[in-house]
Ligand binder design. Structure first.
Ligand code: IMP
Ligand code: MG
Length: 174
């Protein structure tokens, strides 16, 4: 499948994911880490990332969707919340992209309500220009321009998640 030239190639992604995993392994060497992926968008990044993390960990997921009614209001719905106990644990949230920040802010609050020992956030992509809410991000892969991005887990209307690289979505794409 070819829908456009890569904005970020497979090789660049894999190099960056290894780099992030190395930092995370160092930071959590002596910790009781639970890595929580935010679905669906993070599934590919999440599975690559955790296989490069050398420190012991458990995994879980959050299934969330956000509905943006207009450019400044978003509503987040959580469909699945982790079964693993969060209280007293070191939590690392993993998402594909931070855009307005509305989803991550909401999910962050929900995790903090459970009193984790610590909470950090890792995102592969940062679309800084679109930020409405500032959310503290601890590990960032790449900054991306204010364009709609697909591939490597990110979708347009549920399609293009399986493209192994990251590209800018163009309407005429098949
Ligand atoms: P938020 O605006 O930061 O709340 O982003 C919410 C979610 O929208 C992200 O986790 C992605 O799943 C999705 N999203 C934001 N920007 C893009 C994009 O450029 N392509 C695909 N999905 C996106
Ligand atoms: Mg997402």
């Amino acid at each position: 499948m070819f829908i456009g030239t890569p904005l970020i190639t497979e090789e660049q992604i894999q190099r960056k994911v290894k780099e992030l995993a190395q930092k995370i392994s160092n930071d959590y060497a002596q910790k009781d880490l639970i890595v929580i992926g935010i679905l669906k968008g993070s599934f590919m990044f999440f599975s690559d990332l955790i296989r490069y993390i050398k420190s012991p960990l458990k995994i879980d997921f959050i299934i969330a969707s956000s509905y943006v009614k207009d450019s400044s209001s978003g509503e987040v719905k959580i469909h699945y919340f982790p079964r693993e106990e969060i209280q007293g644990k070191d939590i690392l949230l993993v998402d594909d992209i931070i855009d307005t920040g509305i989803s991550l802010q909401y999910i962050r609050e929900k995790i903090l309500e459970q009193n984790p020992a610590s909470l950090k956030i890792c995102v592969l992509l940062d679309k800084k220009e679109r930020r409405i809410i500032e959310v503290p991000i601890d590990y960032i892969g790449f900054s991306v321009p204010n364009k709609f991005i697909v591939g490597y887990g990110l979708d347009y209307q549920e399609r293009f998640r399986n493209i192994p690289y990251i590209t800018i979505f163009k309407k005429e794409a098949k």
